[in-house]
Design a protein around this ligand. Structure first.
Ligand SMILES: [Zn+2]
Length: 475
């Protein structure tokens, strides 16, 4: 049996249990894979689907060749598998694979963008890709382009999936971005629609569950399950982000769950189980996934972002210990944020209190006005301050740190001479309190300012020393 699990980092006990179940053959009809976004639930559901139908070692035993089920599940072209997934996600895990195979820099937004442009061009949406491949294309452009790719109504017409010839101008554009011919071929592959994936945008509505006349392209769940398995295996339906099902879709799915077709397995993947009808949840076996530990996260970061140094620990923090968010985190200017944290501590070490203002206004600028995003940004930045404080303590104790890179190492050494353990521990606990408050309804601007000032105070920065020294003398 090929091991699809080995590459998924974290949640090992859950994986073990699922492997045992798949091997035993005594499977339930429906599962809920529940846990935070990006912790590997979708990958686990695919590995589970693979184990369920795997025939490796049955024919030509010892050949070491993967069976048909394993091969087709790798390319998501398995006839007995239906994945309902966010339009952007299947590309994510294929991209992850590609990044690994090619050692491409996953954090390079320009390349991601170029991939998207080629994808659109190949699908015939775009007559002339060159204007989109000119210089200064950034990650915002990537979003515009993917919207363009998937945004023309929910079901793109068939012509859009006919690959066009690759023009020389595109090749040249890729030459400029120093992609080799082989890489170029793989990028094209990346954008070919896997037949098992039915992409959605926004919500999973009724048409994804039940057959409808005006729905030309897709295989809704009930149609898919009504046809008997051709390969004699089990049919697997994976609904990713199942909480995005509309009430109508959930209602309709409930009927399938009440009378499950034989040899079918439904896996609902969700980070928000409470948005599912209780009647659905009660008919499913719930499998709980968790965030990765820091050690697992470092391992995932090293695997997904090869050749990276200082960014790894930062990206791990920004991704909130969920490897699925690493690429996104890497695009958030991980190093820039760490530089801001470093400079904050440097300012405090030099008794420059304006460092507090500079840092807090940088944080608030990053956070923006959308509350949920602002909360997240603030949380991430405060976590980075804790990371830095922990690294200083480690440097003081001569222990190896998580942050690599000479520009950070030398700053850490300086800071290790400027701050002591007591202050650093106090600073960390002040931030822990701040993190708790960030989750509830407080003024985030005020919270940022006061938290950082208290950190400065705990670390004995300038004016506070002055104040505590002068006041008793005045009396
Ligand atoms: Zn197999």
């Amino acid at each position: 049996m090929t091991d699809a699990w080995r590459e998924i980092i974290g949640n090992t006990r859950v994986h073990e249990a699922l492997r045992r179940v798949a091997r035993s053959g005594s499977l339930g009809h429906a599962y809920i894979f529940s846990g935070p976004d990006g912790c590997g639930k979708l990958l686990a559901s695919l590995a589970f689907a693979r184990d369920i139908n795997c025939r490796c070692g049955e024919g030509g035993a010892g050949s070491g060749e993967p069976c048909e089920a394993c091969k087709s599940l790798d390319t998501l072209s398995h006839l007995e598998l239906l994945v309902i997934s966010d339009a952007n996600k299947p590309r994510w895990f294929k991209r992850h694979d590609l990044v690994r195979r090619l050692g491409l820099d996953g954090a390079d937004s320009r390349r991601l963008y170029a991939e998207a442009v080629v994808g659109i061009y190949e699908k015939g949406y775009l007559e002339d890709p060159m204007p989109l491949l000119e210089d200064d294309a950034v990650v915002d452009g990537f979003n515009i382009v993917t919207d363009h790719l998937f945004g023309r109504g929910s079901v793109p017409s068939k012509e859009c999936y006919t690959p066009g010839p690759v023009s020389d101008s595109i090749r040249k554009a890729f030459d400029r971005g120093d992609l080799s011919g082989a890489e170029f071929g793989l990028l094209r592959e990346l954008y070919e629609q896997p037949i098992s994936v039915m992409p959605y945008r926004g919500t999973i509505h009724l048409a994804y569950v039940t057959p409808r006349k005006d729905w030309k392209f897709a295989r809704p769940i009930q149609t898919f399950l009504s046809v008997k398995s051709m390969l004699g295996g089990r049919k697997v339906v994976i609904i990713d982000d199942a909480e995005k099902m509309t009430p109508q879709a959930q209602n309709c799915l409930l009927k399938t769950l009440e009378e499950p077709p034989p040899d079918s397995i439904l896996i609902l993947v969700t980070s928000d189980r409470h948005s599912l009808f209780p009647t659905i949840v009660s008919r499913c076996q719930v499998i709980n996934f968790e965030r990765l530990t820091s050690a697992e996260m470092d391992q995932a970061a090293a695997a997904l972002m090869p050749g990276k140094g200082a960014e790894l620990a930062v990206a791990a923090v920004l991704a909130e210990n969920c490897p699925g968010k690493l690429l996104e985190a890497a695009n958030q200017d991980a190093v820039g944020r760490l530089v801001a944290v470093r400079d904050f501590f440097t300012a405090l070490a030099q008794d420059r209190l304006e460092g507090v203002f500079i840092f807090s206004s940088a944080v608030l600028r990053d956070a923006g006005s959308h509350r949920k995003k602002a909360q997240r940004t603030l949380r991430q930045m405060l976590e980075l301050v804790i990371l830095w404080a922990t690294e200083i303590v480690r440097a003081r104790q001569g222990l190896p740190g998580r942050i690599q890179g000479a520009e950070f190492k030398s700053a850490l050494e300086t800071h290790a001479r400027s701050f002591d353990e007591t202050g650093l521990l106090e600073a960390s606990s002040i931030i822990e309190q701040g993190l708790g408050l960030a989750a509830i309804n407080v003024d985030l601007g005020l919270l940022t300012g006061t938290t950082l000032f208290r950190v400065a105070e705990a670390l004995g920065a300038g004016a506070f020393d002055e104040a505590t020294r002068t006041r008793p003398a005045d009396n």
